[in-house]
Structure formats: structure tokens, C-alpha cells
Design a binder for this molecule. Sequence first.
Ligand code: SF4
Ligand code: F3S
Ligand code: FES
Length: 248
Amino acid sequence: MGYDLHMKVWRGDATGGDLVEYTVPVEEGEVVLDALHRIQATQSGDLAVRWNCKAGKCGSCSTEINGRPRLACMTRLSTFEEGETVTVTPLRTFPVVRDLVTDVSYNYKVAETVPPFAPEPRPADGQYRMQQVDVERGQEFRKCIECFLCQDVCHVIRDHEENKQSFSGPRFFLRYAELEMHPLDTNDRRALAREQAGIGLCNITKCCTEVCPEGIHITDNAIIPMKERVVDRSFDPVTWLGRKIFRR
Ligand code: SF4
Ligand code: F3S
Ligand code: FES
């Protein structure tokens, strides 16, 4: 059964903006993105909202809905009480381009700083088999759709713009972990994770894990093991002595 949904949508650009109220007819089973599209189609043709797949797989429609980072295409209207106002605002951690569209290029710049996969040469006998446990670990990490909701929610950069220079964020700790734990990778990224990616600034609030639409255990399966590896490297007496001798 359809009903009239009351919404507040942030409209504006880099110079400022405000919440604009809309009442829009919606149908049972619809999602927040449907309501935004209906506003575009019937009331405000210039409302800017980024989307692509409408299936929770492209990571484009990230917004904040009633203050929580969410995918607009995967947030059913039935999540809210009928009569409840649904407020949609742009991701707070990234600069606004227009309305609900933000400039997430910070993340692409960080991505460029992570050294790529560097596998060992393929064994001549072709007999190498990856263990199932390693396959499964990597598969969880590779579910990431780069929606950057985890980046948006992490207080280290959400509340401290200045930390963007020295903190890569949960999505990239996941990438470090994926590469670091890959049995064929030859790069040692532990020093980079600490010195360049700033993994030490993460104080394990787990907010990133809570908002991940792919259900990736970012904190438990990627960040904490990476922190342990970084600590092992930093405080291993042999490594420590080596650093002293070679001044690394
Ligand atoms: Fe999005 Fe999850 Fe990937 Fe973060 S780890 S970018 S929340 S899919
Ligand atoms: Fe941020 Fe996640 Fe750590 S939200 S503080 S990266 S546990
Ligand atoms: Fe692709 Fe929402 S439109 S994830």
C-alpha cells in the first residue's frame, strides 16, 4: 500500500546549503533511492544524487540517512516508521560537490599509495595450490564495493580533516591486510601501514564494521591482525637491533 513520505534532503554546494522538505508518494517495497528519484522526476529535476547499479554493488549511492552512513539503494523505506521523516544528507567526511554528491577523490589518492600485489614467480612445476583458508580470507576482503561508508564514519578523519594527510582509513587497512596476508605476495607492507597509512591512529571503535554494507569484518579480520603484525615487526628484538645497526 502506498503512502506519502515526508523527507528532508540536503540541497546546496561547496558554498553552503540547507535541508529542503519534500512530501513524496511511495510504494511498499521501495528504497530511499526510489523516493529521491521520484523527487527528481516530479518536483526537483536538478536534485543531484549519484547512483549506478541500484543493486548494492557499485558503491555510488552512499549518503547519510537519518544520520547513519548507508547505501540509498539498499535502505528500504520499511526501515522507518510510517510517518517518520527520512532525512538524507551527503557524506560528511568528504567535500560536497552538489546536493547529495560528494568528492571522494581522497580515497583514490590513498589507493595510489598502496603498493600493488607482487607475487612470487610461478613455480616451474605448476603444482602450487592455495590453501582454502587463504582463499576464503581473501574473498571476504575482496567483497569491498568501495562505497567509502567506512571511510565516512571513521572519526579519525570525520572529525579531524588534518588527519587525512596521515591516515588511510579502514577501506585501505582492508587492502593492506588483503595483500599482506596473501601467501604469494612478496612485499612487506607493515612499515608502510604504520608510517604512511597511520594504522596506529585507529582505536578500534568498530564503527567502520557496523556500517559496511558487505558485512566485512573490517576491524576483527583486517585491522586488528594488521596492527598485530605491525607491532610484531616494530618490537621484534631482531628487527629492532637491525634498525639500530642499519639506522632504518
Ligand atoms: Fe564500503 Fe565495506 Fe568496502 Fe568500506 S569495506 S568501502 S564500507 S564495502
Ligand atoms: Fe576508524 Fe574503524 Fe578504527 S571506524 S577508528 S578504522 S575501527
Ligand atoms: Fe550502486 Fe547503490 S546504486 S550501490
